[in-house]
Design a protein around this ligand. Structure first.
Ligand code: OGA
Ligand code: NI
Length: 348
């Protein structure tokens, strides 16, 4: 008797034995990664900022560097950020172990509903997209920690402990960055933190399996992050690319550094002085890749609008005011086919 096999939902399980890219992952010719046309990142394509002196007498110099990076690139890397190296290697280990668990164990967390606060899914937004992306991901809400930690996977056995500790440390770092960014805009130090209301913190563990034909598909197509600021940890495998002066530039991993990028909400809170920039992830045929972005967000009821201090007769408010809940639901209803959601909230 033939045993009916359950359809596979996760990319990892679909492709574990194929040497071609299934048709549902193949992009039209005009929308492929052009893996050889990308600029290399030597010298570093995006600024690398040393945070060591952020609380010392040279604070204003570091704040200026951050402000300049936000304005000119929307992306920068940071080192000496205070998150222990051991914790960084632990979180990458735990993520890898999670994605290597047997399918039945991983699938306990599967859901396609973007409103679920803990979920494993695939691609980007399966209900809104026509072409799939070469990625599986686990997405976790993680602030306040005690509201969510009980929902998280308990396998690997130290998952909750390691991820919980990582989330706390990354939050501390994020608040330091938000202060520096507020200051660099000439706002009160706590302006952005307050504007985000009670705040929220989401995290993703992105798993990009090896891909037999990486020139045909994306790990993640070009998009802008809808949140306030993203703190991305990537393992040693390259894949992140940032759009700069109309060209895609590869951001080579620096061990133990974070990649920081401005999300749509800080673009609004800076009244367009700082830009949320298009970025994407490509895949490769040699090695699986893991990245762990932390998305720091306003709480759903927070009202986001350009600050009065940054608007005047010559610089009117570029955006209407909106709640983050409105923004977020628009973002998830669209897939990634139109890369910016900001245009829907523009005054001018
Ligand atoms: C994201 C993202 C980039 C990467 O998850 O929003 O941009 O390198 N990830 O995984
Ligand atoms: Ni992103």
């Amino acid at each position: 008797m033939a045993i009916a096999s359950t359809p596979k939902l996760l990319l990892t399980d679909i492709v574990s034995n194929v040497n071609y890219v299934p048709s549902s992952y193949i992009r039209p010719v005009s929308d492929r990664p052009d893996l050889f046309g990308v600029e290399d990142s030597r010298p570093p394509s995006i600024p690398v900022i040393d945070l060591d002196e952020i609380s010392g007498p040279n604070r204003s110099k570091v704040v200026k560097e951050i402000g300049f990076a936000c304005k000119s690139n929307g992306f920068f890397q940071i080192k000496n950020h205070g998150v222990p190296e051991k914790l960084i290697s632990e979180i990458l280990r735990v993520a890898k172990e999670f994605f290597n668990l047997p399918e039945s164990e991983r699938m306990k967390n599967y859901s396609n509903n973007p409103l679920k606060t803990t979920r494993l899914s695939t691609s980007f937004n399966v209900s809104a997209e026509k072409i799939s992306n070469w990625r599986d991901f686990l997405r976790l809400h993680c602030y306040p920690l005690e509201d969510f930690v009980h929902e998280w996977p308990s396998n690997p056995s130290d998952f909750r402990e390691v991820v919980g500790e990582y989330c706390k440390k990354v939050r501390e770092l994020t608040l330091i960055l938000l202060e520096a960014i507020s200051e660099s805009l000439g706002l009160e130090k706590d302006y952005i933190e307050k504007a985000l209301g009670k705040q929220a913190q989401h995290m993703a563990m992105n798993y990009y399996p090896r891909c037999p034909q990486p020139e045909l598909t994306f790990g993640l197509p070009g998009h802008k992050d809808p949140n306030a600021i993203t703190i991305l940890l990537q393992d040693e495998v390259a894949g992140l690319q940032v759009l700069r002066n109309g060209k895609w530039v590869a951001v080579k991993p620096i061990p133990n550094a974070f990649v920081i990028n401005i999300g749509d909400q800080i673009q609004v809170l800076s009244n367009d002085r700082y830009k949320s920039v298009l970025h994407r992830a490509v895949v490769n045929s040699h090695k699986e890749r893991i990245s762990v972005p932390t998305f720091y967000c306003p709480s759903p009821e927070a009202v986001i609008k350009p600050p009065e201090a940054l608007t005047d007769g010559e610089n009117p408010a570029v955006y209407k005011s909106f709640t983050y809940a409105e923004y977020y639901s628009k973002f998830w209803s669209r897939g990634l086919q139109s890369p910016s959601c900001l245009d829907l909230f523009r005054n001018i």
